[in-house]
Design a protein around this ligand. Structure first.
Ligand SMILES: Nc1ncnc2c1ncn2[C@@H]1O[C@H](COP(=O)(O)OP(=O)(O)OP(=O)(O)O)[C@@H](O)[C@H]1O
Length: 445
């Protein structure tokens, strides 16, 4: 798409880019309409657009609107000569590149070619990721919320000193994500050391975390480094951090501030370089209110907070995971190929899974052993088969329901304005009328 308000220049650009299919727009409104309708991979845009052709306010407003509607679009901003400031600002906002006017068409074409290539590669990458089902090593999901969590983990991984708090119900995959984070980080070659603060008695936890010198207490027969020290250069995963007793909270806070530890009974300070990832199913904010968790420690631990959705809020994931677990346990148990019956899949999708992925994993493990033949039924899983027939869920029906909801929603938001609704939905007015007819939606309703 070429966004340019000067008709002569518009024509010249269309001619210069005749290798591409080009759509034109001359102001913000028409550009957004075209963006919605054609989803152009690459956009060139002038910053000076009416009603502010000599300023940049309209151009920047359009740039931001386009990138929030279609973040993958590669936008090349055309600026005035020597207008470095606006060029840098545009790239800072997410523009792909900038070019000073007047431009040489051959040079701009090279940049456009590159933008197309990048767009295609990113598309392919997204497609491959979706196809393999592996959003992050060890993490299976197709749910948008969970995929977003994975993207956040990927981003945070490269900031190798930032502490991360993973919050979510039991069994949602906090440890899997912590391991994924470690594997993607520059610390991947070093150790990933996990410790469950709830599983170790308070009296032993300090020794476990900080280590001890020989003779520090009865039974301390030899010098022993703690988990923090063992994780040096790597990642320390503190699971169930909400269960850390108060005195140890103070000690952990001191470590996070100073980055040195002292073993129990030791005299020297040992510097340790670790990234700390912690997790809990508890509500830390509430623990802080009741005085059970230190607020200052929370802010040290939770530089980045990642909320993990429970399995019941990830539509489709339960059956995706169940199919994968069936394959894994069938081959581990030497049962060849096994599959889930239709009623089993329906029952899995209908169940609420209070214990999340762990509960599902255990349920499938047991069912694979219990199954009479190579089919795992709802009964093997110990779940009631819901009445809902599988045929109810065909794609056409789902698509139609989604289309109907979108049309109705947009129409009510634009107060029945057909032209505006068609624009937002990226369809022509006749198409919108067809859709309304088909779904029996009235303009006024
Ligand atoms: N998205 C996923 N894909 C594949 N396996 C998963 C996924 N999420 C969790 N699992 C598996 O489910 C089990 C529980 O996951 P994990 O131990 O990471 O949960 P958790 O949130 O740390 O649980 P807890 O709070 O009880 O410690 C593990 O066996 C893990 O391998």
């Amino acid at each position: 798409m070429v966004v340019e308000d000067d008709p002569a220049l518009q024509k010249q650009m269309r001619w210069a880019f005749d290798d591409y299919e080009t759509v034109l727009a001359s102001d913000r409104e028409s550009a957004i309409t075209q963006l919605r309708r054609h989803e152009p991979p690459v956009v060139t845009m002038d910053l000076g657009l009416p009603p502010d052709p000599d300023g940049v306010s309209e151009g920047f407003a359009l740039l931001q609107e386009m990138l929030s509607l279609a973040p993958d679009t590669k936008v090349i901003v055309l600026t005035g000569q020597h207008d470095r400031e606006n060029a840098v600002r545009a790239v800072g906002l997410g523009a792909y590149d900038f070019f000073a006017k007047p431009f040489e068409p051959e040079l701009l074409t090279l940049t456009i070619d590159r933008a197309f290539r990048l767009y295609d590669l990113q598309r392919e990458n997204t497609r491959l990721k979706a196809a393999s089902g592996a959003a992050l090593e060890g993490v299976l999901t197709r749910d948008a919320g969970m995929l977003k969590v994975c993207r956040t983990v990927e981003k945070v991984a490269s900031a190798h000193n930032v502490t991360v708090a993973l919050l979510g119900e039991s069994g949602t995959g906090k440890e899997v994500l912590a391991r994924g984070l470690h594997t993607l980080s520059s610390r991947a070659k070093e150790r990933f050391v996990a410790i469950n603060c709830a599983a170790i008695p308070d009296t032993l936890l300090e020794a476990e975390l900080f280590g001890y010198e020989k003779g520090a207490f009865t039974g301390a027969v030899k010098q022993t480094p703690g988990k923090i020290e063992t994780a040096d250069k790597g990642t320390l995963f503190l699971d169930e951090i909400g269960d850390l007793p108060m005195p140890l909270q103070a000690k952990l806070l001191r470590f996070l501030q100073e980055r040195v530890i002292e073993r129990i009974g030791g005299r020297s300070e040992i510097p340790v370089d670790v990234r700390v990832v912690c997790a809990t199913h508890q509500n830390l904010k509430r623990l802080i209110e009741t005085g059970a968790f230190r607020e200052d420690l929370y802010y040290r631990l939770a530089e980045i907070v990642i909320d993990i959705p429970p399995l019941r809020d990830r539509p489709g994931d339960a059956s995706l995971l169940a199919h994968a677990f069936v394959q894994r346990f069938a081959s581990e148990n030497g049962r060849g190929t096994m599959r889930l019956s239709d009623d089993a899949v329906s029952a899995i999708e209908a169940h609420r899974w209070p214990g999340n992925v762990r509960e599902l994993e255990n349920c499938v493990k047991r069912a694979v052993i219990m199954a009479e033949d190579n089919r795992v039924t709802a009964e093997d899983l110990g779940l009631a088969a819901p009445d809902e027939a599988l045929e109810m869920l065909n794609l056409r029906q789902v698509r139609e329901a989604a289309e109907r909801a979108a049309v109705a929603n947009v129409l009510s938001r634009v107060n029945g304005n057909i032209a505006r609704a068609a624009e937002v939905l990226g369809v022509s007015r006749p198409t919108l009328y067809d859709l309304m007819n088909r779904f029996g939606i009235k303009k006024e309703a």
